[in-house]
Design a protein around this ligand. Structure first.
Ligand SMILES: [Ca+2]
Length: 445
């Protein structure tokens, strides 16, 4: 017995230790493109059917006040990948498809530190299936930014069938090589996402599924190609005609990913987070003012759904103010990974909210040097011809930003303008140089 006791104690300690250190979760980040706040059934939308997204929301946490850090494609992606406001990495505008435009040569520079690199350093397998859009040149390829595998496209949008970008360049890749692959892009993205999960079911993984849907061109799975080599014949059908089928294809893809996680018994070990990179182009912003490209809520308040059975309670709706920049700190905390100390993250971890419903506290968030949130208050500055030069809205009562309270609360306006200016100064104090933009500014373009 005297010899057994230390052995039994050891077993107890081992068991207790195992309980405190659960296996690190997998991550599946699903990013929709140009999907508006009113484009999902669970957000009150009626024009498009999204049964699988609705089921995801019913089984997890649905955010009513979730935001993309940009109001167009590339900036939000740069913010998501680095966990920092995109002004810092210099990817604060769309990386243009046209090589004659300086911004075509912009991209996420190699020295940036991505969530993929942070997770890879902790033994995660990391994959990107779908849209990159933070650099055309091979030097900007996702495989140089921590992704073990990349299947998809580097431009802002491709023909869903022929995979040519809007300049008539073929744009479908497997890692560093262009490859021909038959199929509708949304279906291919789902297919490769399922293959990645299957291939890495026995190890921790992070899968970034960046859908092309529901960005233009307006093509459903049964519609013909509209672009070919060197040729761009147009943008397909009207959004109204094409969006239902485009959305259904993506929604079914979400359902298949969830089913795959359940089939492999990975559902309770995987955090799935779904959101959109900006407001709608062809779809609906619901009750919000503005659309893609706008600093009104319609430009950046987007659907956001977190799903993790057994950890996140089912059917929770949260009005906590959160932003896409929060995903990197969330994943890093859950993986026990660290950020680059020289590049502090701008978001906060959502873990206390997801696990225990704890509030995130009163937050300030900023967009484009023109808009900010301070809790329920939204300040928006307009340029010439933009209506009132200063708008102040209480979003808790006025989600549609109709009732300008700036004259009623001048001190609040001044306080927020000061905070916005200080933030602008901070995020532009040490910006990563973009070669094309720099050449243009120096007159060498
Ligand atoms: Ca977009």
């Amino acid at each position: 017995m005297s010899r057994l006791l230390p052995f039994l104690l050891g077993l107890l300690i081992l068991a207790a230790g195992a309980k405190e250190a659960p296996r690190r979760p997998n991550f599946v980040i699903i990013l929709a493109d140009d999907m508006g706040y009113g484009d999902a059934g669970c957000y009150g939308g009626t024009a498009l059917k999204t049964p699988h997204l609705d089921r995801l929301a019913a089984g997890g946490m649905r955010f009513t006040d979730f935001h993309s850090s940009g109001n167009v494609c590339s900036p939000t992606r740069a913010g998501l990948l680095t966990g920092r406001y995109q002004y810092r990495s210099g990817v604060d505008a769309v990386v243009n498809a046209d090589p004659a435009v300086p911004a075509h040569h912009s991209g996420l520079q190699p020295e940036e530190f991505t969530f993929a690199e942070a997770l890879k350093a902790k033994g995660y397998r990391v994959g990107l299936m779908g849209k990159w859009h933070v650099g055309y040149d091979r030097k900007y390829n996702p495989t140089h930014q921590g992704f073990d595998v990349f299947r998809g496209f580097v431009s802002g949008n491709i023909d869903y069938q022929s995979h040519f970008d809007r300049m008539g360049e073929f744009d479908w890749w497997h890692d560093l090589e262009k490859v021909r692959e038959e199929g509708y892009s949304t279906h291919l993205i789902t297919k490769h996402a399922l293959g990645f999960i299957e291939a890495h079911k026995h190890e921790p993984f992070c899968l970034y599924v960046a859908h092309e849907a529901v960005h233009a061109p307006w093509q459903g799975p049964d519609d013909p190609a509209v672009r070919g080599p060197g040729a761009t014949k147009g943008r397909g059908r009207s959004p109204k005609d094409a969006l239902p089928a485009m959305m259904s294809a993506m929604d079914e893809g979400v359902g298949r990913i969830v089913a795959k996680l359940e089939e492999l018994d990975l559902d309770e070990r995987t955090l799935v987070f779904f959101f959109s990179d900006n407001g709608p182009a062809g779809g609906s912003a619901g009750p919000l003012r503005g659309r893609k490209g706008s600093n009104w809520e319609g430009g950046h308040r987007v659907p956001g759904i977190a799903w993790w059975p057994g950890t996140i309670k089912a059917g929770v709706v949260t009005d906590q103010l959160a932003i896409s920049l929060d995903l990197m700190p969330t994943m890093l905390e859950l993986a026990g990974a660290s950020a680059d100390p020289a590049r502090p993250l701008d978001g906060v971890s959502l873990v206390p909210l997801l696990r225990r419903g704890e509030p995130l506290g009163n937050r300030r968030l900023f967009w484009n040097h023109k808009a900010m949130r301070d809790g329920r208050w939204k300040l928006i500055l307009h340029g010439k011809g933009g209506g009132d030069p200063v708008g102040l809205y209480d979003l808790s009562k006025d989600i549609g930003e109709r009732d300008n309270l700036a004259e009623e609360f001048p001190e609040r306006v001044e306080k927020m303008k000061k905070a916005l200016k200080a933030w602008s100064g901070d995020v532009t104090s040490k910006v990563t140089v973009q070669p094309g933009v720099e050449a243009f500014q120096k007159g060498k373009w």
